[in-house]
Design a protein around this ligand. Structure first.
Ligand code: PMM
Length: 283
């Protein structure tokens, strides 16, 4: 299969297996790796390392979305994100920017970003969807019910699978009406965003639940608290950086279920797991 990035750097990667999106958090306070890649040079070096490990896309974020997090100003977010995007863009992989702000999206695309990852699915700022439509880049639309400060109070569902699917379907309609092309949309169930551990597991047990919407699906499982709880030692959650093996186990299951992509903090082990899953799926 020819690599679509060669002909159109802004096309969604379709390598014929589950895509691996490597995370570079340029934040002082992300739950998973808070502060480790906060300095631009550290973030750029880490991004290069993830590319060398086989990442299909690098997701650069300047705002922590951990439960209870405060938002940085727009200027601060731009200061964190733009130099990293600019340095990583020439490496030949797509660069996604994890932002809820249309101005950050606009400037990041001008610096070489090829995809916008909006954890609010266009709900945090109504200008985001029209901005992305204008920019003509792919858009990762995540299920979201509110900002991190109080999102866990919104983790109330009768049937999480049906409600997440219906809420995403509605937001897809809004995105299409704003002018985003259907072939540029990717969906994300938003594990941990206004969801308890039980909600996350219920969604993962039905990994094909978004198939009726007919769009590619990416899952952000990596190092999340529900894995820390699963692997807890008594009351003590397993620390975030010690949740990678469990994350790989979930990636294997998602690749077997045909997920379009996974968003992860480590790359190589996920590429290996996906290679195994492909053999099991197709041979
Ligand atoms: N999770 C986080 C941040 N951004 N984006 C998408 N599309 N999906 C996610 O699940 C997601 C995200 C939180 O994790 P991090 O702070 O470790 O990056």
């Amino acid at each position: 299969m020819s690599d679509p990035r060669v002909s159109d750097p802004r096309a969604l990667p379709r390598p014929g297996r589950t895509v691996v999106v490597g995370v570079v958090n340029v934040t002082p306070d992300s739950f998973s790796d808070g502060g480790r890649w906060y300095e631009p040079q550290a973030a750029i070096g880490h991004g290069r390392d993830l590319v060398a490990q086989g990442a299909d896309l690098i997701d650069v974020g300047g705002e922590s979305t951990r439960p209870g997090a405060d938002r940085p100003s727009q200027d601060e977010e731009l200061r964190r994100v733009l130099p990293v995007v600019e340095s990583l863009a020439p490496l030949g992989v797509g660069i996604s920017v994890d932002t809820m702000r249309p101005e950050v999206a606009r400037q990041a695309v001008a610096c070489g970003a090829t995809l916008i990852n909006d954890v609010s699915g266009g709900m945090a700022d109504p200008q985001m969807l029209t901005t992305v439509a204008e920019l003509g880049v792919p858009y990762l639309l995540m299920h979201w019910r509110g900002h991190s400060l109080d999102m866990q109070s919104r983790a109330v569902y009768h049937d999480v699978v049906t409600e997440v699917r219906d809420e995403l379907a509605r937001q897809v309609e809004v995105a299409l009406a704003a002018g985003i092309a259907e072939q540029r949309l990717v969906l994300d169930p938003g594990l941990g965003f206004a969801k308890t551990a039980e909600h996350n597991w219920a969604l993962l047990r039905r990994a094909d639940f978004l198939d009726p919407l007919g769009l590619p699906v990416l899952w952000g499982v990596s190092r999340k608290a529900f894995l820390g709880r699963l692997l807890a030692n008594g009351e003590q959650l397993r620390p975030a950086v010690e949740r990678d093996d469990a994350t790989v186990a979930v990636t294997t299951a998602l690749a077997l279920a045909g997920a379009w992509g996974v968003r992860t903090h480590t790359v190589r082990a996920h590429r290996d797991a996906i290679a195994v899953a492909e053999q099991l799926r197709h041979r």
